[in-house]
Design a binder for this molecule. Structure first.
Ligand SMILES: Nc1ncnc2c1ncn2[C@@H]1O[C@H](COP(=O)(O)OP(=O)(O)O)[C@@H](O)[C@H]1O
Ligand SMILES: [Mg+2]
Length: 254
């Protein structure tokens, strides 16, 4: 059984930061390899994980459509086998985390057959892992296009502002409208300093999404990002890490 966790939220709220720390927490607790999917076209999860930038699924799609158009794909190799090989090659293997970067979503051109095959293959890859963590871009494009399988837990990351919380509420509704199969949705309030003001608390109550974690504003996270250091190497006394690790212990059944 694979548990798929997707992180979403507007730009700059901390999706990639939380993804990297959550991946670290799951690895520390399960000691099993985990699949990280970077579903943001701006692909930067690899930096937080301390991995090189892998070739993207978008690039594979473009290349394959060219090869197919030019008729270079022989009869001896099926498209499925060809794409499976390409995806395996694109999987960046870290110590305990493997990374797949989606790159740009499909454009207007009709790569329908290729897209369908890619979905099937990525689904097959997913099944080899107990945990898959998807770091999304703001629009949840990749989940909405069903590039990835159903989501067990959608974590909506927001800053501690009324506007941010309302946007998170909108995103939860968007997920429903897009008919994404989400089992459970929770809220992560990131970069918290002090108590939540009353209007913010009211906004949270109004959207009615349970808080999974309140992550403090953490100077160590800022410092590491500024220096280009991978966030997975954060000190064990970092407040952001402590909050995410505590959340992992609470909400995931290991
Ligand atoms: N808890 C935190 N404490 C301090 N800085 C944070 C925290 N979470 C995120 N940041 C900083 O905020 C910026 C945006 O975070 P990022 O994870 O890249 O957001 P997103 O992936 O949602 O666009 C980064 O510079 C990151 O270092
Ligand atoms: Mg990001």
């Amino acid at each position: 059984m694979t548990t798929t966790i997707a992180l979403a939220g507007k730009g700059g709220t901390g999706k990639t930061t939380v993804s990297a720390l959550l991946i670290k927490a799951i690895i520390a607790r399960t000691k099993k390899p985990i699949l990280a999917i970077d579903a943001d076209p701006a692909s930067n999860l690899h930096l937080a994980l301390g991995l090189p930038m892998p070739p993207t699924v978008g690039e594979i799609r473009e290349e394959t459509s060219k090869v197919a158009l030019e008729g270079q794909l022989g009869v001896s190799i099926s498209r499925h086998d060809y794409l499976t090989h390409e995806i395996r090659m694109a999987l960046e293997e870290g110590d305990q985390v493997d990374l797949l970067a989606m790159g740009r979503p499909e454009g207007q051109g009709c790569y329908c057959a290729i897209n369908h095959l890619l979905r099937v293959i990525i689904d097959e890859v997913n099944r080899h892992y107990s945990y898959v963590v998807i770091d999304n871009e703001a629009g949840m494009e990749h989940i909405s296009r069903r590039t990835t399988r159903d989501v067990n837990l959608l974590l909506l990351v927001t800053d501690p502002t009324v506007r941010g919380v309302k946007t998170a509420g909108e995103m939860a509704r968007l997920a429903q409208d897009l008919e994404i199969n989400v089992q459970d949705t929770k809220l992560i309030i990131n970069r918290v300093t002090g108590d939540l003001p009353q209007p913010l608390q009211e906004a949270i109550d109004e959207i009615g999404i349970e808080i999974a974690a309140m992550v403090p504003a953490d100077p160590e996270v800022n410092r590491m990002d500024a220096m280009g250091e991978p966030l997975v190497k954060v000190n064990s006394d970092s407040p952001a890490w402590t909050a995410i690790d505590g959340m992992a212990a609470k909400i995931l059944r290991f």
